[in-house]
Design a protein around this ligand. Structure first.
Ligand code: SF4
Ligand code: SF4
Length: 299
């Protein structure tokens, strides 16, 4: 976007934190090209970064703004600078082009839906339950779930908004470009998954973490194994099971455990019918592939 002098006009963003641990803010700071980003975007308010206005100025007067980012859960009794968070959202909601819920708390209520705040929830969902009080904002909202968000997914989405790209969304308003996959897609352990070779210890290079260690990646929407964290790695690549942090079910209890009935996982990967799974599992278990039973790198 250019102004009449042909200069790049920065997109104005308000980062509003609800009930939050600030994990999304820390994750955002890991974005490796922040200097370039700040040439194109300006924070009219950010809880940590230097910004144009103070929180008091933001909540008492309506400042010009293009995108409202909300991180953290919202609640009927949560205030920022003595103003109810729902009133602040409503103050900016009509004037901004887009609203982005940043993280699983702002999207689904996350861990705070179990807190003592009054009716803690995400902007549009509490778990998978649709909330109705912000229904009028649904057509301008994009959800970037994750605990925390992947900085590239947030920044890429902000550029897509800037460039007026037609962003296709799933039922939870998440961009399909990043959430149409499961985290299982792109994991370096896929071959172990297919041949039912389990990993024995966390942190090892070998084996899949699904059968015995509760890896949630086959049920979890996200790009963690396609867009690597810090451009380096992912949980499952490094040998830790995925916790399913992008989903409305987060936080799940009894992680690191795969519930089974007669050796068959209770929950099968998304879209896999039980009968087909049993047939394939029976066939693959019959293989004994030496290469997959050995250490990848010998001591
Ligand atoms: S470790 Fe998790 S993500 Fe990787 S192959 Fe196994 S189930 Fe899939
Ligand atoms: S691997 Fe799973 S738990 Fe880890 S960040 Fe990605 S979706 Fe969340």
């Amino acid at each position: 976007m250019k102004n009449p002098n042909g200069e790049n006009k920065k997109i104005k963003i308000l980062w509003l934190s609800g009930i939050s641990c600030y994990g999304n803010i820390h994750s955002f700071f890991n974005y490796p090209h922040m200097e370039v980003f700040l040439e194109d975007f300006e924070f009219i308010y950010h809880p940590v970064l230097d910004s144009t206005f103070s929180l008091k100025e933001i909540v008492n007067e309506t400042k010009e703004c293009n995108i409202l980012l909300i991180d953290g859960a919202i609640s009927d009794d949560f205030h920022r600078a003595d103003v109810n968070i729902k009133d602040i959202i409503n103050r900016y909601a009509t004037s901004v082009n887009r609203i982005v819920t940043v993280g699983t708390c702002a999207t689904f209520g996350g861990i705070f839906k179990y807190s003592d705040f009054q009716s803690p929830r995400g902007l549009h969902f509490c778990g998978d339950e649709l909330q109705t009080d912000f229904l009028h904002l649904r057509n301008k909202t994009i959800s970037i779930s994750g605990c925390p968000i992947q900085p590239e997914v947030l920044v890429n989405t902000l550029y897509e908004i800037k460039n007026q790209t037609d962003i296709k969304l799933d039922t939870f308003l998440r961009p399909k470009e990043y959430y149409a996959y499961t985290v299982h897609n792109g994991c370096t352990r896929n071959e172990y998954f297919e041949y039912k070779v389990d990993g024995h210890k966390f942190g090892e290079l070998e084996g899949c973490l699904f059968y015995d260690h509760g890896c949630q990646a086959p049920y979890t929407a996200g790009s963690c194994n396609k867009i690597l964290w810090n451009e380096q790695n992912s949980k499952t690549r490094s040998g830790s099971p995925c916790f399913g942090c992008t989903e409305y079910t987060f936080p799940k209890m009894s992680l690191y455990d795969t519930k089974k009935n007669m050796g068959i996982p209770q929950n099968l990967p998304l879209g896999v019918p039980k009968r087909a799974y049993l047939t394939i599992a029976g066939v693959t278990k019959a293989f004994s592939i030496q290469r997959l039973e050995k250490k990848l790198i010998d001591d």
